[in-house]
Design a protein around this ligand. Structure first.
Ligand code: ADP
Length: 484
């Protein structure tokens, strides 16, 4: 595939409706994680490019973009969604090459991006203020308004889905966006900017500045012209962003990952659970914020679950993204080293099963064999820390009380699921488990355009996806009129 698909120029920034070179004049190599080759050079944007992008966004707010009424913004988003679907294969191939995810998973991401556009297209004119009964002689009402310029700093694992949920909701509410994609994978962010432009999005409503986190990302966070930051990524950078944005008293939405558990009780339908238990851990090679990396199993079903998962693991094949196997490479050799570092901390553990890296996988690729550990203590490093690789641990429990304590016993709180036939237990645990999303007899890593998503503790705060995101990407003004 040409590296200039869809009319994008991967070596430039997209600012004010145009492709422009970055101010530094320097570039970064974008690598193909399936074989280690260089895909293309991308712009190394810095504070000067971010400043230009913020100025372009400010301009959009007071011109064509700012003048559009809600339903017109909705129509534009619908059109963008349609064009995204028309480019399904091209976008999927770009994402597969760039991120290393198998083609079928990349296709699912394109469809999710289109669904976000459709969802927020439909929602754009359905959010409104309220009238509030007040003192005699007053009329009071609220207006739901955009923040203004919103900054979006996104990671490399699901670029299209995260653009959909954050940029989609922000545009629906009338904000103008500056997007800083990840240096490890940014091609679909650039492609999305071109598609939005083709759909007729007014200049400056969406600007994309690729570059390093410490340069372009930090400049976006600290820019005084930015009114809201949404960040998805690591805990360490999330903390930094919250404190940097705090200097300008700018609100942040943080989605920082997790150590999400699935709880399998003695009365669970294990056959139904098994595909979810494994897939939620190995999808996107485990590089998913909402991956389920801890499987908690009642002692009475422990062997059955471990044996069932082990059989799935032994059938897993890892290889180049374009071969569309079960698992691709990790996004980079840096990420591979991080995951291998965790694996070496599991030397004391029993490996229940591994998947296989296919024999013809290129030696330059960042492959890690999916690995399942059984009978792991709840306080083991591998059961406590986010690994972000195709690794799961199975932890036994004896009682519901113990299961809840283990499930809530990490600093994270993003997603949890309960496998049990008991309705009372499902309702009880839905309240007691600390997570922003609870699944009962299913697990939905990554999906769910309509479902509010976000965490607590080290998983972050704020909610994206669904209708709820529209509140986060807008602000409320109260108008009180004294008319007698
Ligand atoms: P990972 O470690 O998985 O790559 P990061 O949290 O480092 O995740 O990266 C997520 C996003 O945050 C990327 O777009 C990256 O460039 C950006 N980023 C990294 N460091 C900073 C920073 N200091 N300020 C703002 N953005 C940053």
């Amino acid at each position: 595939m040409t590296m200039r698909p869809l009319g994008i120029d991967p070596g430039q920034c997209f600012i004010g409706g145009r492709w422009v070179p970055c101010e530094s004049g320097s570039s970064l190599d974008l690598l193909n994680p399936s074989d280690g080759s260089t895909l293309c050079a991308i712009a190394r944007g810095n504070a000067l490019d971010i400043d230009k992008a913020v100025i372009a966004a400010q301009g959009a707010l007071v011109s064509d973009w700012g003048r559009l009424v809600n339903f017109e913004r909705g129509r534009l988003l619908a059109k963008i969604g349609q064009l995204v679907l028309e480019q399904l294969e091209t976008l999927a191939e770009l994402e597969a090459l760039d991120v290393g995810k198998p083609l079928k998973q990349a296709r699912a991401d394109v469809i999710a991006l289109a669904r976000y556009m459709e969802f927020y297209a439909g929602a754009a004119d359905k959010i409104h203020g309220a009238t509030i009964p007040y003192l005699d002689g007053y009329t009071v009402y609220t207006l739901r308004e955009p923040h203004g310029v919103t900054g979006h700093i996104i990671p490399w694992n699901y670029p299209m889905q995260i653009i959909g949920r954050s940029v989609g909701a922000a545009l629906a509410m009338g904000n103008a966006c500056v997007l800083k994609p990840a240096e490890d994978a940014c091609l679909t962010a650039l492609a999305f900017a071109q598609i939005a432009d083709d759909a007729g999005l007014p200049a400056g409503a969406l600007n994309v500045v690729p570059g390093l986190g410490a340069e372009a990302g930090a400049a976006l966070t600290a820019h005084p012209g930015v009114h809201h930051i949404s960040f998805t990524g690591s805990v360490g950078v999330g903390k930094l962003i919250q404190s940097e944005a705090g200097a300008n008293v700018v609100p942040v939405t943080l989605e920082l990952g997790g150590k999400s558990p699935q709880l399998v009780f003695e009365d669970a339908d294990v056959d139904s659970a098994l595909p979810f238990l494994t897939n939620a851990g190995i999808q996107n090679a485990g590089q998913t914020c909402s991956a389920s990396s801890r499987i908690l199993v009642h002692r009475s079903r422990f062997d059955e679950v471990v044996n069932g998962m082990a059989a799935h693991y032994r059938a897993l094949r890892a290889g180049p993204a374009m071969q569309d196997l079960d698992v691709g490479p990790l996004v980079s050799h840096r990420q591979k080293e991080i995951v291998e570092g965790f694996l070496s901390k599991g030397d004391d553990l029993e490996i229940a099963a591994t998947g296989q890296i296919i024999a013809v996988a290129p030696s330059g690729g960042a492959y890690v064999a999916p690995t399942l550990f059984a009978d792991v203590a709840a306080d083991h490093t591998l059961a406590q820390e986010e690994i972000f690789g195709p690794v799961q641990v199975v932890i036994p429990f004896e009682s519901e009380e113990e299961a809840v304590a283990i499930a809530n016993g990490t600093p994270y709180g993003l997603v949890a699921s309960v496998w049990s036939q008991s309705g009372a237990r499902q309702m009880r645990l839905a309240k007691r488990l600390r997570a922003g999303q609870i699944f009962l007899n299913n697990y939905g890593a990554g999906g769910g355009v309509e479902l509010p998503f976000g965490g607590s503790g080290l998983s972050g705060h704020g909610r994206e996806k669904g209708f709820e995101a529209l509140y986060g990407f807008s602000t409320l003004k109260t108008v009180a009129a004294l008319h007698g």
